[in-house]
Design a protein around this ligand. Sequence first.
Ligand SMILES: Cc1cc2nc3c(=O)[nH]c(=O)nc-3n(C[C@H](O)[C@H](O)[C@H](O)COP(=O)(O)OP(=O)(O)OC[C@H]3O[C@@H](n4cnc5c(N)ncnc54)[C@H](O)[C@@H]3O)c2cc1C
Length: 268
Amino acid sequence: MSTRAGQHVATVLAREQVSPHLVRLHLGGSGLAGFSSTGVPDEWVALVVPGQFQSRYYTVRAWDGAALVLDVVVHDEGLVTEWVARDCVGEEVVVTDARGSFDPPPGAGWLMLVGDLTALPAMARVCESTDLPTRVWAEVPDDAGLLHGYLPEEVDVTWSASPEDGSSRLGEVVEGLTWPEGPGYFWMAGESAQMRAIRKHLMRGRRLGSHEYDVMGYWRANARRQPRSVDPGPIWRAGKAAGKTDEQIWADYDAAQQRQQQDEANDG
Ligand SMILES: Cc1cc2nc3c(=O)[nH]c(=O)nc-3n(C[C@H](O)[C@H](O)[C@H](O)COP(=O)(O)OP(=O)(O)OC[C@H]3O[C@@H](n4cnc5c(N)ncnc54)[C@H](O)[C@@H]3O)c2cc1C
């Protein structure tokens, strides 16, 4: 498998069913030797599964210098969903180096973390890495009893069940929060349109400064209308015919994808 700088081929060493909708993958192999973790607790990698060119993002649940653990939520359908739902042990995937975003301001005295099941790996890592008083609100599709050991015992967690219709009540949760006194940090991740509304609420309603919160759109409910991926085949063939290196061809591919996303953003 050919990869670019900052990308690593890894082998699925083990697959565990954590709960009905959550699968843990242990990745390893010599390809991870150069893997670079940031240590930022919500750090993520882009993952490409066999037979696909499109990537999906996953939080680094754990990295011990040799093995990488990702916790993957299984949805009704999806590229990674369909791959991880079956026995994928022994298969090769590609992961990028990690990037992180969690960045509480100096002097923060508390943390509030809100998210759905896709946010749970990042919230767990934050909880495991901080001494600050932390409250968590997690909305999950599985029996919360199965996930109780997922977050450190001492953390104050409010579990709620995801509505059956695929919507989320996390917006109401945020509007109803009692905010602690003094400076702190609010972190949240979930469905992208909902996260935009939450950001607005924090900026205009709560008048938080941008350094006081981090709200990330982790997935899109209307993914069938997600930006089309650019077919890499013609770019690959043209690049090879022109004598370009793999590196140059991937750079062309990145540029083509960026152009397409820009065009789609301009279209509306
Ligand atoms: C920084 C970052 C970190 C992330 N960390 C994790 C993580 O640790 N674990 C994890 O599981 N996910 C994580 N995600 C979210 C994950 O990348 C998306 O949910 C992704 O779309 C799943 O890919 P897929 O191939 O299974 O489904 P896709 O092919 O992307 O989508 C297929 C269908 O599933 C629907 N869908 C996608 N995600 C969800 C969802 N969460 N709930 C309900 N329907 C959904 C889409 O609307 C679409 O209809 C993270 C995202 C980001 C940006």
